[in-house]
Ligand binder design. Structure first.
Ligand SMILES: [Zn+2]
Ligand SMILES: [Zn+2]
Length: 165
């Protein structure tokens, strides 16, 4: 929580702050995603009058997201930059005279969430029969490693199944 008393009480007041994120994971869709690393959140907050604040911020997060093909946890960088106008009574982000930086960064992170993450470009995925991770070796269901072109086709099927491109 960042104390905003001086900026809320003074029209035209601008403050710059670096805030350490306390957030350790992001809740998105079906899961909890661990934040492995976060730069300090760089914030510029200005009282623009009529009880409104302009809140600009920047932070880089490294989040652990499962690979779209093999589900292996994969470190993914999220570059977050935002420019928001908040009412001083905004219940989502302002509590009393403090800014809930964690909540703000959490919600902004979801806006730049990667469409799909691959542990590596040529990830072979999981065997659809036995569930073996084919990056770690082929299973007895298939005589040879999966052809990369085939992997792409399987990927398209699994994407269609998710109902989200
Ligand atoms: Zn993978
Ligand atoms: Zn198999």
């Amino acid at each position: 929580m960042l104390d905003l008393t001086e900026v809320i009480l003074n029209d035209g007041k601008v403050i710059h702050r670096e805030v350490t994120l306390e957030l350790t994971s992001l809740k998105y869709r079906f899961g909890d995603f661990q934040i492995q690393k976060a730069t300090p959140v760089e914030l510029t907050i200005e009282n623009i009058g009529e009880r409104k604040l302009s809140v600009n911020g920047k932070v880089h997060l490294t989040v652990c997201i499962p690979c779209a093909r093999c589900l292996e946890p994969t470190a993914s960088g999220l570059d977050i930059q935002f420019e928001n106008e908040l009412d001083v009574n905004d219940e989502d982000y302002i509590e009393g005279y403090s800014l809930n930086v964690d909540q703000l960064v959490h919600d902004e992170a979801l806006l730049v969430w990667p469409e799909r993450v691959l542990c590596r470009k040529d990830c072979k995925g999981l065997c659809s029969t036995c569930g073996q991770n084919l990056n770690h070796g082929s299973c007895s269901c298939r005589p040879t490693d999966l052809d990369p072109r085939m992997a792409k086709i399987l990927d398209i099927f699994s994407q269609a199944g998710n109902g989200k491109g």
